[in-house]
Design a protein around this ligand. Structure first.
Ligand code: PEP
Ligand code: MN
Length: 292
């Protein structure tokens, strides 16, 4: 792959471990499990999600506030009010939050209020956005474009890396095919290949790949078996009431069941899940409950 050596350090065994916060990282032996709704809908919704997931192996939360919707008439996200909700939730629950950035002028507020800036599939080749993110030191979750080749995907990552930000996490989320039965085709070959040709952590989003909640847990397990460093999964307190991507949202209970089902697969690969981070002296369960 032409020029792709930029993504490799001189040692072929080098793997980048990227910190989301002081206590949560991706790319090491501990898998990163991320859960949360497609979109932030209210403070109460996010508190319910965080409260349910904090004492489990799910270490980080997701929730879009700037939503790239196919229709301009569909819900576009809560915007800045949603960012304030995410900032409040991450402080109260001590869980990193991930949210999509769609435009350069959103970057300063997002850097201040979330832990990971997601670049969505539709923006994978928004080179000005990538360059601007390269000028920050925030972790960036770069999702594969809807029909991007691996070379295009890796080169998009290079834009961020070469502008000075080493904290790039790749995310395979399925690619377009002729068959609408699954929303996209989850390319697990890409996960294996990206782990071989780059030193970056590789995550998988089985939710947008599947488009149907009943397919999500098995695809998540397959992703971890293929060597992914983590999964990012959509879940919601009342999935059918999700304002976006309702059909692929898991219940919070199913999210936790999924996370725990990854444990034996992780162990078989010499890896592990984080466990019960919520119940620590820093974050006693009673305090967490009191905050809800
Ligand atoms: C999302 O994560 O909600 C999203 C819109 O993802 P993608 O860019 O992969 O479609
Ligand atoms: Mn979504």
């Amino acid at each position: 792959m032409k020029d792709a050596t930029l993504t490799r350090k001189s040692s072929p065994d080098h793997r980048s471990v990227i910190a989301l916060t002081d206590t949560v990282a991706v790319g090491g032996d501990t898998l990163l499990i991320v859960g949360g709704p497609c979109a932030v809908e209210s403070a109460d919704q996010m508190a319910q999600v965080a409260h349910h997931l904090a004492p489990t192996p799910v270490q980080a939360l997701r929730g879009g506030v700037f939503k790239p919707r196919t229709s301009p008439y569909a819900f576009q996200g809560m915007g800045d009010a949603g960012l304030r909700i995410l900032d409040d939730i991450r402080r109260r629950f001590q869980m990193p939050v991930i949210s999509e950035v769609m435009a350069i002028d959103q970057i300063p507020a997002m850097v201040a209020q979330v832990d990971v800036l997601q670049v969505g599939s539709r923006n994978m080749q928004n080179f000005d956005l990538l360059k601007a993110l390269g000028s920050t030191d925030k972790a960036v979750l770069l999702k594969r474009g809807l029909a991007a080749t691996l070379e295009e995907f890796v080169m998009a990552a290079e834009y961020i890396l070469s502008h000075g930000n080493p904290n790039v996490i790749l995310c395979e989320r399925g690619i377009r095919s002729f068959d609408p039965y699954t929303r996209n085709v989850l390319d697990l070959g890409a996960v294996v290949a990206l782990k071989q040709i780059t030193h970056l952590p590789v995550m998988v989003d089985p939710s947008h790949a599947a488009g149907k909640r009943e397919l999500v847990p098995a695809l998540a397990r397959a992703a971890i078996a293929a060597g992914a460093d983590g999964v990012i999964v959509e879940c919601h307190p009342v999935p059918d009431e999700s304002v976006s991507d309702a059909r692929q949202a898991l219940t919070l209970e199913d999210m936790v069941t999924l996370a725990r089902s990854l444990d034996p697969i992780a162990a078989a690969l010499g890896r592990q899940l984080a466990e019960g981070a919520a119940i620590t002296p820093d974050r006693p369960l009673a305090a967490t409950l009191a905050a809800v």
